[in-house]
Design a protein around this ligand. Structure first.
Ligand SMILES: Cc1cc2nc3c(=O)[nH]c(=O)nc-3n(C[C@H](O)[C@H](O)[C@H](O)COP(=O)(O)OP(=O)(O)OC[C@H]3O[C@@H](n4cnc5c(N)ncnc54)[C@H](O)[C@@H]3O)c2cc1C
Length: 538
């Protein structure tokens, strides 16, 4: 690296859920200088901030990396579209806004797998620290954190039906998926504030961006980590078509997410030796686990035609309807535009003998041929579900030494008997819900997959044809102490100095919920670990 490269104490790569948290926390005491590099543009696109804009960013050519998996061997060779945010806020700028942290047992499980200090009690402190909940502070919720989490304004007949249908099946109502007990059916809480999306950039970066010790560069694509021996010395990146480099006096912090943090490590010579050799990349450190252990929730959507014109499809069908909900949002910050697409949920046990709930459902008051597509012209709604703790494992591997080339994503969805069985159970459970007295007044018919799909074999074939990502890739720079782990419990890359990974890729296993909250928690705790370690050397 050239001697005149600028130097910052910390260089953060990726301004997503985790990167925004670090940028804020590492600059708040004014002692260190921080550079945040984000490959995407600033988050000025209005539909990033209006919750229902989720549909507009799903395939956005600039704000979304729009990856595709390799042909999935157990999904009839389909390439699964895998959106990832590409702007300040990262995936939290384009996600479904659902705030479900996971189960206490997930985090105790992480600790048992070698992630010392990441148990339920310790992680709860950081979940609480990160949050301002519209219900106020409590043992489980924060009242003064940057991330706003809100109740959905108003009630909806279809969520009421879901709660009543669940009760018919013996599943209790819950008012809080993040409280003492996760199981139950009820309304979701969303990462919104006054009807606007509260992305990590809005929550953490906006209040920090005027600090003199924080520099934010957008449209800055990191292409590799520079090493001095085994110490990370800085980052190479491309901006406006030019090559640039920057030095990190203390640390390089990779927050590029579960797809691109392992990609950057591999491009930089840190990863499985054979893979790097294949692409002619000189080895800096052999870490066979980089890119391995890829996990995701596999999701099935069941679409129902509704008897009544009470769905978002109906709200958005006519110009007048659009104007009405637009006005409702503009004047009161309520209505369909303020809530994204999912408003109700249910978490339960597909297998009655499961130790903790093993399946999650979401009710969406809109239906479409695919996510992000135009709503159907008929009244319709969607029940989505995924098993919470899939056992299939895949990998992210570079296909080329060119940093602009997407890596190969292979999820291996449905590669285990457990995953296949749970997806079939989930389909049957959705149908049981729809056959309850509570839903009878609302359901015309199952539009998709439809009555033609009946037996377990037919359901499995339908899953292979149409199941898709739950948008939660994690685990590709797994935390732990064994030979396959990539980072230690302080998030430091094994065998190297001055380099950490702080994002969804460090999760040893998927959380039984959604992944934004847990990623923000990881970065909150990560910031404390980084500051503690800085304190030891000052
Ligand atoms: C469509 C969708 C819906 C989702 N719905 C929900 C939901 O409802 N609830 C929930 O909890 N979770 C949801 N998620 C998942 C959740 O948002 C992610 O798990 C979380 O945001 C991941 O955070 P991260 O910091 O690991 O990565 P990201 O937030 O993806 O951040 C990575 C950042 O790094 C940048 N970057 C990547 N490579 C480079 C590079 N080489 N140089 C510079 N910058 C780079 C990216 O542009 C991005 O901004 C959803 C995700 C998607 C995509």
């Amino acid at each position: 690296m050239s001697a005149d490269a600028r130097t910052f104490d910390y260089v953060i790569v990726g301004g997503g859920s985790a990167g925004c948290v670090l940028a804020n926390r590492l600059t708040e005491d004014g002692r260190h200088s921080v550079l945040l590099l984000e490959a995407g543009p600033p988050d000025r696109y209005p539909w990033v901030h209006i919750p229902i804009g989720y549909g507009k960013t799903m395939f956005h050519p600039v704000l979304n990396w729009g990856f595709y998996s390799e042909p999935e061997p157990h999904l009839n060779g389909r390439k699964i579209y895998t959106p990832r945010g590409r702007t300040l806020g990262g995936s939290s700028a384009i996600n479904g806004l659902i705030q479900i942290r996971g189960q206490a047992e997930d985090f105790d499980g992480w600790e048992a797998l070698g992630a010392t200090g990441w148990n339920a009690r310790e992680t709860l402190r950081y979940f609480v620290k990160s949050e301002t909940n519209s219900r106020g502070a409590s043992a489980y919720h924060g009242g003064g954190g940057p991330l706003f989490v809100s109740d959905i304004a108003g009630r909806h007949e279809l969520v009421e039906a879901l709660i009543a249908a669940s009760a018919e099946l013996g599943i209790p109502r819950t008012d809080d998926f993040n409280g003492a007990r996760q199981e139950g059916a009820g309304y979701l809480q969303l990462t919104t504030r006054n009807g606007l999306r509260c992305s990590a950039a809005v929550a953490y970066l906006k209040p920090a961006r005027h600090r003199s010790n924080l520099t934010i560069e957008t449209d800055a694509h990191a292409t590799g980590v520079e090493f001095d021996g085994r110490r990370a010395a800085g980052v190479r990146y491309r901006r406006d078509g030019a090559e640039a480099a920057v030095r990190a006096a203390r640390e390089v912090l990779l927050c590029a997410g579960a797809v691109q943090s392992p990609q950057l490590l591999q491009l930089s010579g840190v990863g499985p030796a054979a893979l790097l050799r294949e692409h002619g990349i000189p080895l800096v450190a052999e870490l066979p686990g980089v890119g391995e252990n890829l996990q995701d929730h596999l999701l099935l959507r069941l679409v129902y035609k509704c008897t009544k014109p009470i769905t978002t499809n109906d709200d958005l069908r006519t110009l007048w309807g659009k104007a009405r909900v637009g006005l409702q949002w503009a004047l009161f910050r309520t209505g369909p535009l303020s809530v994204g697409v999912m408003i109700g949920g249910m978490i339960t046990r597909a297998r009655p003998d499961a130790k903790t709930p093993d399946i999650q459902f979401f009710l969406s008051t809109v239906s479409a041929e695919e996510r992000g597509a135009k709503p159907h012209r008929f009244p319709g709604f969607t029940l989505n579900f995924y098993p919470l703790r899939p056992t299939s494992r895949g990998a992210i591997r570079i296909k080329s030494p060119d940093p602009a080339a997407a890596p190969a994503l292979l999820f291996n969805y449905l590669s285990t008997e457990y995953d296949r069985a749970l997806m079939v159970e989930g389909t049957k459970l959705t149908r049981k819900l729809m056959a309850t007295r509570a839903f009878a007044p609302y359901v015309v018919e199952e539009y998709k997959p439809g009555a033609g799909v009946r037996t377990d074999d037919e359901i499995l074939e339908c899953l292979r044809d149409s199941a898709t990502t739950g948008f939660h890739p994690v685990g590709t720079c797994r935390m732990g102490r064994d030979a396959g782990a990539v980072v230690d419990p302080r998030l430091r890359v094994h065998g190297l100095q001055g380099l950490r990974v702080v994002d969804a890729s460090v999760m040893p296993t998927l959380v039984s919920g959604n992944t934004n909250a847990a990623t923000i928690m990881i970065a909150e705790k990560g910031a404390d670990l980084i500051r503690e370690d800085a304190g030891k050397t000052e």
